[in-house]
Design a binder for this molecule. Structure first.
Ligand SMILES: Nc1nc2c(ncn2[C@@H]2O[C@H](COP(=O)(O)OP(=O)(O)OP(=O)(O)O)[C@@H](O)[C@H]2O)c(=O)[nH]1
Ligand SMILES: [Mg+2]
Length: 335
């Protein structure tokens, strides 16, 4: 069997990587079997639920940035996915906080071992955030762009004329120039971009930006998930902290209280969650102050993940208490 083509889809937190993967899966040839590998910064992991959490074709490697701690776990997950699924293509989403070097090295090794054929790396950039690229902390972000073969101005529908012009001016000046430059909304870019060849000569501008010896995970492995007792998991590194909770599947949230809480929450860069809110289950997704919600087919448990800058992180104990306060009383939930 020929090695499966693989693409890395990169881009900063919340730029639309999972949305793009969902769009590509919806449009793939029906006779093909595509697999997805996702690494999230947080230990709880929400993207797998969004992509059809019960499918064997979607493999989650939660808990950190691939380049720092997850390389071994990612390599094992990739090999396992190939062996069990024999996919016709593999799409890989790294965390938006991850430097691309680690995962690209891993994929190049997998290519040398004949497991995959590495195709173009596609980086999504929000045209409204171009200004932030000159920040000193944005070296990871800059290398995501630098190491991409294809650059896509994404969430184009949300950008105004000034943002669009700024994106065009900035993107055309990139050196070396991108193999392909385009714009898209909701991940609806030309699938043919997946088949472009990668440029093996691109090397990181800031390879040291991913080195972070202070990477901490914390959760209680003996914790038993029970009503009113969610499991909390914290992951800290790269100046960021994620805190997530898992709730027992029988827990039901009051939709209005929950939405109020998660809309007003301060100090959060990224928030994603899946919640049982009655007969329906709801996906809540917040990037900065933009919050969206949708119904979701996932039914396994309620889960939430928040990412904040370390120095602005909210009081996680208080947030946990507020989340528990959004649960409907048990007697009502069993009706
Ligand atoms: N208006 C608009 N919203 C979008 C677009 N793409 C994604 N979104 C929304 O932006 C939010 C984040 O999208 P995701 O696809 O989860 O982003 P991501 O890059 O995978 O996020 P992380 O994995 O957390 O880094 C969701 O609410 C999406 O519905 C787009 O092109 N236009
Ligand atoms: Mg995602």
């Amino acid at each position: 069997m020929p090695a499966a083509p693989a693409n890395l889809i990169t881009g900063f937190l919340g730029v639309g990587k999972t949305t793009a993967i969902r769009s590509l899966l919806d449009r793939k040839p029906t006779d093909q079997n595509w697999a997805v590998l996702v690494n999230e910064f947080g230990d709880i992991g929400i993207d797998g639920a969004e992509l059809g959490g019960d499918s064997d074709r979607v493999r989650m490697v939660p808990g950190g940035c691939i380049c720092c701690v997850g390389n071994v776990a990612m390599g094992v997950a990739l090999a396992d996915l190939i062996r069990k699924q024999r996919p016709d293509r593999i799409l890989i989403e790294p965390t938006g906080l991850g430097h691309p070097t680690g995962i690209l090295d891993l994929l190049r090794e997998a290519e040398q071992a004949g497991q995959i054929s590495l195709h173009a790396t596609i980086c999504l950039v929000d045209p409204r955030r171009i200004d932030e690229l000159s920040d000193a902390e944005s070296e990871v972000f800059q290398d995501q762009i630098h190491m991409a073969d294809v650059l896509i101005g994404h969430k184009w529908d949300l950008a105004d004329d000034t943002d669009r012009q700024a994106f065009d001016d900035w993107a055309k000046k990139l050196f070396p120039p991108k193999g392909h430059l385009t714009t898209a909304s909701q991940g609806e870019f030309d699938m043919a971009l997946l088949d472009l060849d990668p440029d093996p000569t691109r090397v990181a501008l800031f390879p040291e930006a991913h080195a972070d010896p202070h990477y901490h995970h914390a959760h209680d492995p003996n914790h038993e998930l029970a009503p009113g007792r969610p499991l909390r998991a914290i992951n800290q590194g790269q100046g960021h902290v994620s805190c997530g909770w898992l709730f027992a599947p029988e827990e039901v949230f009051d939709r209005r209280r929950l939405l109020g809480l998660l809309t007003d929450l301060e100090g959060i860069l990224r928030l994603k969650g899946v919640f049982r809110t009655g007969r329906h289950w709801m996906l809540i997704d917040r990037v900065g102050d933009e919050l969206s919600r949708a119904t979701i087919a996932y039914r396994r448990d309620s889960r939430i993940e928040c990412i904040a800058e370390e120095e602005n992180a909210p009081d996680w104990d208080a947030l946990e208490a507020s989340l528990v306060a959004c649960l409907r009383p048990r007697a009502k939930t069993t009706q």
